[in-house]
Design a protein around this ligand. Structure first.
Ligand code: AN7
Length: 402
């Protein structure tokens, strides 16, 4: 049993109500479970291969899910890169290895399953790219139409390719992501489309499984800190909720310090955190190489700031240069290929360790949220070009040894 609860005025709504914010006070909603009378123990999860639906008992979906095998992503131990930072080993949870190449699939398998359960006929979202790619495949699999609104000229090529190939109706909006989100909210309110941005509390339920998997992969240990990129601020909220639920169920004994990283040109959550505020002042012209997190007015900011304060975590910004350096180091030292937004987690970890804020000996997990192939154009713009050679053995040898 669960309800949709307002985080602000604590009003409670039944699971069937189609709501994105509280009708009474406009507060954000979250799914709250009543697990009393149910006994959930570590044993229930043992011996089952890692995947999102391994945790169905803790998810708000009753029907057969719309799934393409999401979750079960690797947790890599990064010894060499950690040594080069001077921190020692840290972990990378590589969410880029989900079906569409980003963590969004966790939210969408749950969100689209819920859409069918609620009898919704069309699903929609605004997106900096990954959300649209993900919604497109789950809409295709569910056999329902998908409408996505993208900020024109600011979405990485791989993501647009996915959205159009999987049959979504793709609109390119002459504005930024924040404009596109306002427009799609209006469209959903007026046309009865189901909104699957991270303001949808059901979508975030899928994403909380990142926390469950980290605990599972560490053998029921909870890391001291989880570092991740923050854009619309849904994922940090969701992962915190996952750790909190395991803790409240008595399955674990602590909650990690949630550490959110934003790009310098798009960092309203960091600005709010540094002034110890409970809400943000939007950034009007966000800009960064990490287009996935080029967001000035994150809808989940209030939830994210709560997650950060309650867990004793923090928020920090990184420059585009620091993001690119971390992206290259992950690729070349650890063999982990990520898109720029994802590399911001590792860039932030490196910076915070350098500042003495993250301490030696902490167990740290950085979440890399999207795959390298999402944004090949950025890669070509920051890496050496292939060397053109004549098709002769001599010119090949010359080029190899030059
Ligand atoms: C790779 O696809 O907002 O803080 O519309 O694609 O939960 O928003 C993407 C966000 C981090 C930020 N890393 O997560 C979208 C979108 C990658 C992302 C984020 C995104 P949130």
């Amino acid at each position: 049993m669960y309800t949709q609860n307002c985080i602000q005025c604590d009003a409670k709504y039944t699971p069937e109500e189609i709501l994105y914010t509280c009708p009474k006070c406009s507060g954000l909603l979250e799914i709250i479970y009543d697990w009393s009378g149910q006994s959930i123990s570590r044993k229930d999860f043992e011996g089952i291969p890692l995947s999102l639906w391994k945790y169905k008992a803790l998810l708000p979906v009753e029907r057969e899910p719309v799934t393409t095998n999401e979750g079960g992503t690797p947790l890599y131990k990064c010894e060499r890169l950690g040594e080069s930072f001077g921190t020692g080993t840290f972990y990378v949870k590589h969410e880029g290895l989900n079906p569409t190449g980003s963590f969004k699939d966790r939210g969408m398998t749950v969100g689209v399953s819920k859409a069918l359960e609620l009898g919704m006929k069309t699903v929609a979202c605004a997106s900096t790219g990954n959300t649209s790619a993900s919604l497109a495949i789950y809409g295709a699999k569910a056999g329902i139409p998908v409408v996505v609104l993208l900020p024109a000229g600011k979405v990485a090529m791989g993501k647009v390719a996915q959205a159009i190939m999987h049959g979504a109706k793709v609109l390119s909006i002459k504005g930024n992501f924040d404009d596109a989100l306002k427009l799609v909210r209006d469209l959903c309110d007026n046309e009865g489309f189901y909104l699957l941005n991270s303001i949808n509390p059901y979508r975030l339920e899928g994403q909380k499984t990142i926390a469950f998997e980290i605990v599972d992969q560490l053998g029921w240990e909870v890391p001291d800190r989880v570092v991740l990129p923050v854009g619309n601020a849904g994922n940090i909220t969701a992962i915190y909720k996952g750790f909190k639920e395991f803790y409240e169920l008595g399955l674990t004994d602590k909650i990690p310090k949630m550490t959110g990283i934003q790009a310098e040109g798009a960092c309203p959550v960091v600005n709010a955190f540094k002034q110890r505020l409970n809400d943000i002042v939007p950034v009007s012209n966000p800009e960064t190489v990490a287009t996935a997190i080029r967001i000035g007015d994150p809808v989940n900011a209030i939830k994210a700031l709560r997650a950060i304060y309650q867990s004793g975590g923090l928020a920090e910004s990184v420059s585009d240069e620091e993001i690119i350096a971390a992206q290259k180091d992950l690729a070349r030292i650890e063999g982990i290929g990520v898109e720029p937004a994802s590399a911001s987690s590792v860039a932030g970890f490196r910076k915070l360790f350098g500042m003495g804020i993250i301490e030696p000996g902490e167990t740290v997990v950085c979440v890399t949220t999207g795959h390298l192939l999402k944004d090949p154009e950025e890669v070509l713009s920051i890496c050496e070009s292939p060397i053109e050679v004549e098709a002769t053995a001599e010119s090949v040898r010359k080029a190899v040894f030059s």
